[in-house]
Design a protein around this ligand. Structure first.
Ligand code: ASP
Length: 345
């Protein structure tokens, strides 16, 4: 069916550098309101789109948390049937976590949720914010030949790149090209035109009503290995109160020390019901537990492979699965499934 109306898009403004201004006394950037942001993008009127907005109390994304994710998810749910697509303006620092969290929270999503922001505030002459916002809106409005949404997932648009949200990582604190998906191809080639890589885009198996789960369990943490970590440190971390799930960030193809005490500490934590999922500290590639003895020992102790998941996807997947109220065994089973394109199995 061909679409007969102007694309209807909803911008959800959560904060981030894109809308910040300089504090006159300290010269530090601080969040500012949406009208300032939009006044700096006069070109937006040239788009033949119907655009509305929702403005949150703008924050630096270092302050984003499951409450904020819930607010974004509920805003999308409450407006889902009234809009063709959603653009979330967000700080870059935790954008990949928000993108990953939303991808799990927005069950059966089949409309575009495009997250963007900028490295320079929109009021600055060399800002990247204007182009990012305009391109994000165009992507959110794009349709296939039959009028269905081109993007049916949570994606990050940054500079000239469109990445799957739960495959993305912030790579640079300085470059306009700030995000990358190291284990998954670009969803579009953006140059003079926008050419979608249709084979890379997520397609839900069936169209079902949006099912939003905002209950994210905070009882999770990262343990980042480094050579020489004492047993007492590992023991302390693994015994952190109220922790149900741990993302263990290991070396290379998922390797960790083979010392008896190390494996014993891990095995004990697992026997207490803690779920441990292994992701690599490498920026590219994934965990292959059986490639080396060291990975093999972790697998034998009951550590779950995170395969090629990003750290951001792994930690938010744990939050989501425990938030569903699943038992540790059920969480382990679901970790081994691809929920919304976050992992290659
Ligand atoms: N600190 C900012 C934030 O994440 C950085 C940015 O937006 O680029 O909110």
């Amino acid at each position: 069916m061909t679409k007969t109306h102007k694309p209807r898009l909803l911008i959800i403004y959560t904060g981030g550098t894109i809308g910040m201004i300089e504090n006159p006394e300290t010269h530090a950037l601080q969040p500012f309101d949406f009208s300032h942001l939009i006044d700096n993008v006069p070109k937006i009127k040239m788009l033949d789109f119907h655009i509305d907005n929702i403005q949150f109390n703008p924050i630096d994304s270092s302050d984003m948390d499951p409450v904020g994710w819930g607010e974004i998810a509920r805003s999308i749910r409450d407006n889902y049937n009234d809009y063709d697509g959603f653009v979330v303006l967000h700080g870059t620092d935790t954008m990949a976590y928000t993108a990953s969290a939303l991808s799990f929270m927005l069950g059966h999503l089949h409309k575009p949720v495009i997250i963007t922001g900028s490295q320079l505030p929109i009021g600055e002459v060399r800002t990247d914010g204007e182009e990012n916002l305009i391109t994000a809106l165009q992507i959110a409005a794009a349709t296939t030949f039959d009028g269905s949404p081109m993007v049916q997932e949570v994606a990050i648009l940054f500079e000239n790149y469109l990445w799957r949200g739960n495959r993305s990582t912030k790579m640079s604190a300085d470059n306009f090209n700030a995000f990358k998906s190291n284990n998954y191809p670009q969803l579009a080639k953006i140059g003079l035109g926008i050419h979608f890589a249709e084979e890379a885009l997520w397609r839900p198996k069936e169209i079902k009503p949006l099912q939003v789960n905002t209950n994210m369990d905070r009882g999770v943490m990262f343990i980042d290995l480094h050579p020489g970590m004492p047993q007492s440190t590992l023991h302390h971390l693994l015994n952190t109160p109220d922790i149900k799930g741990i993302v263990l960030r290991t070396y290379g193809a998922g390797n960790a020390p083979t010392a008896g005490w190390f494996i014993e500490e891990i095995a004990q934590a697992i026997s207490r019901g803690i779920v441990i999922v292994n992701v690599t500290q490498c920026v590219n590639g994934g965990v292959h537990h059986r490639r080396y003895v060291s990975g093999d020992k972790l697998a034998n102790a009951g550590v779950i492979s995170g395969h090629d998941m990003t750290s951001e996807a792994a930690i938010t997947k744990l939050m989501y699965l425990f938030g569903l109220g699943l038992t540790p065994t059920a969480v382990c089973t679901r970790l081994n499934t691809d929920i919304c394109g976050e992992v290659t199995l």
